[in-house]
Design a protein around this ligand. Structure first.
Ligand code: ADP
Length: 402
């Protein structure tokens, strides 16, 4: 069975084609800068020996439909294609950012589902309309494939009301559905499952804290394998210090910025989402650069990293209290998978909680799941490479087979 996974953004389409029978990626890539004049399409396809060849096409991509058609042409290229007929692709799995309260799980897309995604667009105005466009185009391009929606928010729908409700007038929740939703759900779910498999223990018997540290960053507390709290909120701005997002600030900060600095809603939005976090403090949102700057004596980079680690540690403490008992701590995504320094920083001084990193294991390279706690520690600390596209493909397969 071949499943195409699509992540449609306002000016891009990212894709990955999976052969689910011998689990492997057949092709992947992205059409970017769609509608911007200087479009770029990157396409990787499997060649002999499991290696990948890469092609880059530069030139305008008029719109998303043109982008997807070009991707399909590359997938079906008579000489180098990885599929012969479109009909070989049984299903298309779409990443959809916001499912609101309507979706607790992956679903096959029909008109009702489309309408519900549309109704949640006000909660993710930059993402849901683009995701919907991707679905519409995919339906037209692959009329015989089953279209499936996998939501970033669905995994967090098990969070109880005491953790998702904001203490503002209840009508705001009843009428406007204002509440914590959480994001990165496919990643948290994927690494939790992988951790349980690695430890050879049933997920439903484990309490975990999963720490996704990419450009965006979030944490989740899982009790008996189910999510009971997460650090992002109604939007992805809440929680941890991120590449360019502030994470938690005093909710009154925007009033102050408006009243005293005359900033508009748009200015404040840009400040907190695009000009804050690591970037706001030390000028770069790329963690590798932040670490390099700190190593060369840059004081601001040092402060940025202290804040970053401190915030993660605070959430570990909070979620430890929420769970009562912790079995596994999981690090994932670009920073979490690749930076022993940051993992160390986040866990420093937590030995009383049973959280203790083994320095040698922490520095072991390799991109497989690994255990980095000291031998015999109460809490297992794992590094688990995330794979959101694979999780979307697995969910897609599961839903069409059931
Ligand atoms: P996205 O949220 O865009 O998917 P990623 O999960 O790819 O982000 O993570 C990107 C972040 O990971 C960047 O800040 C990058 O600097 C960081 N990163 C990647 N490799 C390393 C590394 N070896 N050490 C520290 N940070 C790294």
């Amino acid at each position: 069975m071949k499943i195409l996974v699509i992540n449609t953004g306002s000016s891009s389409i990212k894709y990955e084609l999976f052969d689910m029978d011998h689990p492997r990626v057949l092709a992947s890539g992205a059409a970017e800068k769609i509608g911007e004049g200087a479009g770029i399409l990157t396409h990787r396809r499997i060649v002999t020996g499991g290696k990948f060849s890469k092609e880059v096409e530069k030139g305008p991509i008029a719109d998303h439909q043109a982008g997807l058609k070009r991707i399909v042409a590359l997938l079906m290229d008579p000489e180098h294609g990885v599929v012969r007929e479109k009909s070989e692709i049984s299903a298309v799995g779409h990443r959809v950012v916001h499912g609101g309260e309507a979706f607790h799980a992956t679903v096959i897309i029909d008109d009702k589902v489309m309408e519900a995604i549309r109704q949640n667009s006000h909660l993710a105005p930059l993402h849901n309309p683009a995701n919907l466009m991707g679905i519409e185009i995919s339906k037209a391009v692959f009329p015989n494939a089953i279209q499936v929606a996998v939501f970033d928010t669905a995994f967090h729908q098990s969070i109880p009301m005491k953790a998702f409700l904001y203490a503002i007038p209840f009508e705001m929740y009843e009428k406007e559905r204002i509440r914590r939703y959480g994001f990165h759900g496919t990643s948290h779910a994927y690494v939790a499952e992988k951790a349980a498999i690695f430890l050879d223990l049933p997920l439903k018997e484990l309490n975990l804290i999963t720490i996704h540290l990419g450009n965006g960053a979030s944490m989740a507390a899982l009790k008996n394998g189910k999510c009971v709290d997460t650090s992002m909120g109604m939007t992805p701005l809440a929680g941890l210090v991120m590449g360019s997002r502030s994470g938690d600030v005093d909710p009154a900060l925007p009033f102050f910025l408006a009243d005293h600095l005359g900033m508009s809603v748009k200015d404040i939005d840009r400040l907190l989402n695009e000009e804050s976090g690591l970037k706001g403090i030390c000028g770069t949102n790329d963690m590798r650069e932040v670490i390099a700057k700190m190593n060369s004596g840059d004081e601001r980079a040092k402060i940025a990293l202290e804040l970053y680690g401190y915030r993660v540690k605070k959430y570990i403490g909070a979620y430890f209290a929420v769970l009562g008992n912790l079995d596994v701590l999981v690090f994932t995504a670009g920073v979490g998978e690749n930076s022993p320094e940051i993992r160390e920083l986040c866990c420093e001084g937590l030995s009383r909680l049973g959280i203790e990193i083994d320095q040698r294991r922490n520095c072991n390279s390799g991109n497989e799941t690994k255990e980095i706690n000291v031998p015999g520690a109460e809490v297992k600390i794992l590094v688990v490479p995330t794979n959101e596209a694979l999780k979307i493909a697995q969910e897609t397969r599961k839903v069409i087979e059931s």
